[in-house]
Design a binder for this molecule. Structure first.
Ligand code: 0O2
Length: 249
């Protein structure tokens, strides 16, 4: 008698086997208690990840409200596009391994602050800072970390404003603070970052030096385009009111 006995098989007799014979034997060898523990772990993992999804939803709602309000009350909209993603559990565990930390729910919560990620693209650099201020000034948002790769681009040319914010998620068990990474950048920065990401993926991180140099050069061109577009925008709309690099933690 195996733990799977008594569980009706979902597989049609003619359907192809999804498990290898070895995997099937391993599954059949698992005792009932281990199976219960595996189910409990699965449920806890789902609950853990769900909080990050809710945190992400909260931040998206805040940004969407700002976007709609700007469209209604101002003569232009600082947000071009909002996207989001939840890091896969595999990527979370891989990140913990890279950091050399044993992955438990507590250590993951303390170490991996980009499980929930929201990316916002803006037309202008001033919009990116303005939006960061409007978001981080909200009383229920706590800023955990700011990485300003716009003021100080990475060596490869990567530019973006990264905020790690903590937002409360209200569940039946009370309020739970959840960390969300918000990346804010211009369309030009986003174009560059997605191309660079694709190139890294295509070359499995072993990108030829010539291409790396080309990418760094393209990042400078993108930054120059951003400055020129901002100057033209200012001529039409006047100087924006923003305080670069002043987001309080
Ligand atoms: P994905 O798939 O986008 O999530 P830390 O979290 O502080 O321990 P980390 O993760 O290096 O250290 O933080 P950092 O520097 O803030 O970068 C996090 C994310 O920024 C990355 O997430 C990328 O999305 C983006 N990023 C950072 N540097 C680059 C870069 O050089 N090129 C591109 N295209 N994106 C970059 P992930 O987890 O790498 O990937």
């Amino acid at each position: 008698m195996t733990p799977l006995d008594g569980i009706p098989s979902q597989r049609h007799p003619d359907a192809p086997h999804l498990l290898t014979p070895r995997a099937q034997r391993t599954l059949e060898a698992i005792d009932g208690r281990t199976l219960d523990e595996m189910r409990a772990l699965r449920d806890e993992t789902e609950r853990f990840m769900l909080r990050y999804k809710f945190g992400m939803d909260e931040v998206i709602t805040k940004l969407s409200i700002l976007r709609e309000e700007f469209s209604q009350n101002h003569d232009y909209n600082p947000i071009e596009h909002i996207s989001s993603r939840l890091k896969s559990l595999d990527s979370v565990i891989a990140k913990m391994q890279r950091k050399g930390i044993e992955p438990t729910f507590d250590t993951i919560r303390d170490t991996v602050t980009d499980i929930a990620g929201v990316r916002v693209t803006c037309s202008f650099v001033s919009d990116a800072y303005r939006l960061a201020e409007l978001l981080t000034e909200q009383p229920d948002i706590r800023v955990l970390k700011v990485k300003d790769y716009i003021a100080e681009p990475k060596e490869n040319g990567y530019q973006s404003l990264h905020l790690i914010v903590e937002v409360p998620v209200f569940l039946s068990t009370g309020a739970h603070p959840v960390a969300v990474e918000v990346q804010i950048r211009t369309i030009a920065m986003d174009f560059w970052a997605s191309l660079e990401h694709k190139i890294y993926y295509k070359y499995d991180r072993q990108v030829p030096q010539e291409l790396l140099d080309g990418l760094t050069d393209a990042a400078h061109t993108a930054a120059e385009l951003d400055s020129r577009m901002e100057r033209l925008h200012r001529e039409v709309h006047g100087a924006p009111v923003h305080r670069r690099g002043t987001i309080a933690i």
